[in-house]
Structure formats: C-alpha cells, structure tokens
Design a protein around this ligand. Sequence first.
Ligand code: BTN
Length: 258
Amino acid sequence: MDIEALKEKIRSDIGREIIFFEEVSSTNTVASHLAETAVEGTVFLAESQEKGRGRLGRLWISPPGLNIHMSILLRPRIKQSNATLLTIMAAVACATALRGITGLDVLIKWPNDLMLSQRKLGGILTEIKTASGEVTVAIIGIGLNVNIKLDAFPEDVKKTATSLRNETGRVYSREEIIAGVLNEMNKWYAHLNAGDGELLLSEWKRLDSTLGKQMKVGVGKESFAGVAESVDGEGRLLLRLPSGELKSISSGDLTELP
Ligand code: BTN
C-alpha cells in the first residue's frame, strides 16, 4: 500500500489522519482501543488482519496485499436509534465510489453487504459506543474484496463471495478505491450530522438490490419471510409479511427467496 499516494488522493476531513499497520488483529478492535485519543475521521488501515471480524461473529478473510481492510472513527451527532444509518451511509459511499471507479453494477444488500453479480464483494461492520441514548463514537469497519482470487477463499466463502478482480480479470488500485470511498463518505456524513438522512435514504433506495423482492430475514433465532418494501427514517428494513403486517427490522441476515 502506497500511503503517500493515498493521502494525495484524499480531499476530505475523513482520512486526513491515517494509521497504517502491516498486520493487526482487526482494524475495528484497534480503532476501538484508540477511540478516546484519536481525532475524528481517523482511518485505521491494515494490509492484513489476523482476526478480521465480520457480522455475527464470522471471520473476515484478510490476506496481505490484496484487499481493503479499514475502520473509520467518527463521533456522529445522532441518536442510538439512528445508528443503522451509519452503516447505510458507509454502504452508499462504497457502492457509489466503486461504481464510479470500475463502471461495475455494484449494489447494496441491506444493511451492510456490497454485492456484485449477486455475490458478496464487501461488508461493513459498524460498532458504536453510546451514552444517554446518543452515539458518542462510531467505528465503521469496511472490508472490500479487490484483487483477491476466488481460490484464496475457504470453500464455504467461495460459494457466495467475489472480488473486483474475479469479475473482470483486472487488478485495481486500492489507493484509488480507498480515497474514493472516503471522499464520498465525507459528503454523506455532513448530511447525516445536519439531520438530513432523507437524501441518503433515497440514494440507498436507488442502489439497493433487495427492494420489492421476496426475502427471508433471520433475526437471532427467529426468521421472517416477506417482501422487502422499504427502509424507514432510522434505516430499519420494512418487511411486508404475508399477513399484511409491516415489520420493521433493525438488524438481520437477508436471503433472497426464489
Ligand atoms: C460483514 O459483512 O460481515 C462485515 C465485514 C467487515 C470486515 C471489515 S475489514 C475491516 C474491519 N475490521 C474488521 O475486523 N472487520 C471490518
């Protein structure tokens, strides 16, 4: 990773400070440890992670020199109940930047998956600290499969994952993608802090791959089937159940039903 080249491409407050590691346990974990002292917008970036974390306790495959593993430290002025909007913001920033740079039809699967050709290209793991119902610190972890070959994934991941290189045969500049994501995120973050989540949600709806489709949503030990109808102002998924009830879901695992 060429950090100087990366810094030259960043035009936003987010990413003005970059803390780079050749290897870490997890950039989210390191960011969490340094959250008190690091300035807002600091990006923790690693060539590889030994214990990259995905959602629901899953491992995030993070070999050196191929992909993007980074965590962004923010101190948003939003309520805890709006925290899903942070993940949606990051997903919109990633999808927009990737579409602009690659020309590929990168989409979002609510709330945190970046999809390409119906396979997972990346994911977002947002972790927050709160006080009195307000978010005090948010760590937005982003993992993007850029130049990894499919063979390098474990068998179970191979079935559902992809990378930019896998789709096109090309090798991409990670610096360009990181800068693109941070520059985009800066814009959406300003909207969010100004209390204007509406524009973000309408952009999300444009990039979402699930709206209007029959989905199964796993929420803890429960699961619900229905049509993904929309998201509400707090970023929750609105699922229309067969009974006609509209169920709002703040976190869950989505699978498309045939
Ligand atoms: C998911 O889709 O399950 C979320 C994956 C998030 C992975 C990123 S890689 C950088 C950051 N550090 C971590 O340990 N996880 C996130």
